[in-house]
Design a protein around this ligand. Structure first.
Ligand code: NAD
Length: 496
């Protein structure tokens, strides 16, 4: 009965609230129906899975890097062979076609890239002379035995693989917890791991929500987390009290600065795509736009024209520019940001209301007259919303862009590359794109680390992407023919 309370493991809770390990009914974002059920793993189940994986990890490590890379290539082949099953699962959870194909295609490139980084890294293990002439040093790269990977719902496959692939190449076993909002891909992906004998015993997954995630942190030796700042803080605290490293990639509120010298049409096209692609459900979406005052009116007008051309894929997943909101509750956040802005005086040029058709879609929305008292300029919206604010000097633009608790990435549009780079150097963000948006979606071989609340821990791009799973152990050998006995510490005799 609604509102009644019963006593459970967590104390009193309302009857209509589900317990942490009750089955979770997964919503299909296109239909709005809950057409899939997962059974969350309990802490005991997570602990016994973790014990098994940890027991099997030494054999995986002993295979050596080249055999591990071979196994990861065989896994990538298995994903291609089972592509349709994985695609169907992802498409059911996200309502997207093109992005789903891109997510799956990325695996092969990621595997090759991380394998190359690892091959370079192991060269560090060669013996070398130390600064003390008789002492020889050997580095041993020792992976964390078991890595926990906790991922969000917006790019379910990609963001699971982004940590799984390098951790496995490094020689760790992995325990993967997908988001409970988009969990359907985990089983078919696991079947692909199971088809590769060397990998079958060092990879597993645990379904569930926060309580299962906590158990993953409690039973692993390092944790990779991608998700919101609120959860990231909880993960960081728990990992710290367990004394394990946490690699955290959290949300953003990416700014775009449009200098007076920028080319208007190109800038407008890129900003629109950078804000509304994936329906804005990307951590590196452009979330706020600062434009030199002389360009302001023309940019807002052009953005509104372009936004009106953005189509929603309500009829079929492969017909339209943007898909449904994957997480139903995200609507409340998007709408509250827009309503708050309009109540405080912003002008709505287009969009601003959801389209309900079983699932929920949100049209491209352009706002002007915004300022930093409005949540749409300070909090992560995670929707296809373009709020535009004018500035009068570059210093002011930089100050506004840096006035954020986030620092994931940023974008600058300028008449010349040099001018854009100069402004980019002053921005607080792990990566800055010049005359494009979110270029880090295409370039992965260099390191980048989020600033402020957007993350903590080493870069998951570039060589650090794999190096972060290794502890550096040093073996030092004394090659001197002479022995230094206790007399080496004898105080020199004095004449006194
Ligand atoms: P979320 O924080 O709600 O959930 C992320 C994961 O954490 C889920 O698997 C969830 O079950 C798990 N979780 C929840 N509570 C937990 C707990 N107490 N302990 C351990 N695990 C717990 O995030 P979300 O809504 O799924 O994802 C959207 C967020 O992710 C946005 O803020 C977005 O910006 C961010 N994101 C960041 C990046 C990046 O690379 N920086 C990439 C994609 C998404």
């Amino acid at each position: 009965m609604q509102g009644e309370e019963r006593r459970g493991a967590q104390g009193l809770r309302p009857m209509n609230a589900s317990a942490p390990f009750d089955p979770i009914h997964v919503r299909n974002p296109r239909t709005g129906e809950r057409d899939h059920v997962i059974k969350p793993a309990t802490p005991d189940e997570v602990a016994s899975t973790a014990d098994r994986l940890r027991m099997n990890q030494p054999a995986w490590l002993d295979l050596g890097l080249e055999k591990r890379i071979e196994a990861m290539n065989a896994f990538a082949d298995a994903v291609q062979d089972n592509r349709q099953k994985i695609f169907d699962a992802l498409c059911a959870d996200t309502g997207r076609v093109l992005i789903t194909h891109l997510e799956i295609d990325n695996l092969r490139h990621m595997t090759n890239r991380m394998a190359g980084f690892a091959q370079d890294l192991v060269k560090k293990e060669a013996a070398r002379n130390s600064a003390v002439p008789t002492i020889m040093a050997r580095t041993q790269l020792v992976p964390y035995p078991l890595v926990g990977i906790i991922s969000p719902w917006n790019f379910p496959f990609l963001l699971g693989m982004i940590d799984s692939v390098p951790a496995l190449i490094a020689g760790s076993a992995i325990l993967y917890k997908p988001s409970e909002i988009t969990p359907r891909h985990a089983a078919p992906v696991h079947e692909c791991f199971a088809q590769v004998p060397a990998l079958a015993d060092v990879v597993d997954y645990a379904m569930g929500a926060g309580a299962t995630g906590e158990a993953v942190i409690d039973n692993t030796d390092a944790v990779c987390f991608t998700g919101s700042v609120r959860t990231g803080r909880l993960v960081a605290e728990r990992a710290a009290s367990n004394f394990i490293p946490a690699f955290l990639e959290m949300g953003g509120k990416d700014p775009a600065i449009v200098l007076e010298s920028a080319e208007l049409e190109r800038t407008a096209q890129v900003l629109l795509r950078g804000s509304v692609a994936a329906a804005g459900q990307a951590c590196q979406s452009v979330e706020r736009i600062y434009v030199a005052r002389p360009l302001h009116d023309a940019l807002v007008a052009r953005l509104a024209e372009l936004a009106a051309e953005v189509t929603l894929n309500t009829q079929a997943p492969d017909k339209g520019h943007i898909g449904p909101l994957i997480f139903g509750k995200q609507l409340a956040t998007i709408q509250s940001h827009i309503d708050d802005a309009v109540e405080k005086g912003a002008t709505l040029h287009c969009g601003g209301k959801p389209v309900e058709d079983g699932g929920t879609w949100y049209p491209a929305t352009v706002l002007s007259g915004v300022n930093h008292t409005m949540r749409v300029m300070t909090d992560e919206t995670f929707g296809p919303v373009l709020p535009v604010m004018p500035f009068d000097s570059i210093d002011e633009a930089v100050e506004l862009a840096n006035d954020s608790r986030y620092g994931l990435s940023a974008n600058v549009f300028a008449g010349s590359e040099e001018e854009g780079v100069e402004v980019g150097r002053r921005l607080n963000g792990g990566v800055v794109s010049v005359n494009e948006a979110s270029l880090s979606g295409s370039v992965h071989e260099f390191e980048q680390e989020p600033f402020n609340l957007s993350g903590l821990g080493r870069s998951r791009m570039g060589p650090a992407g794999v190096e972060r799973f290794y502890r550096h152990k040093l073996i030092l050998s004394d090659l001197s023919p002479e022995t230094r006995g206790i007399n080496a510490y004898a105080e020199p005799a004095t004449n006194a």
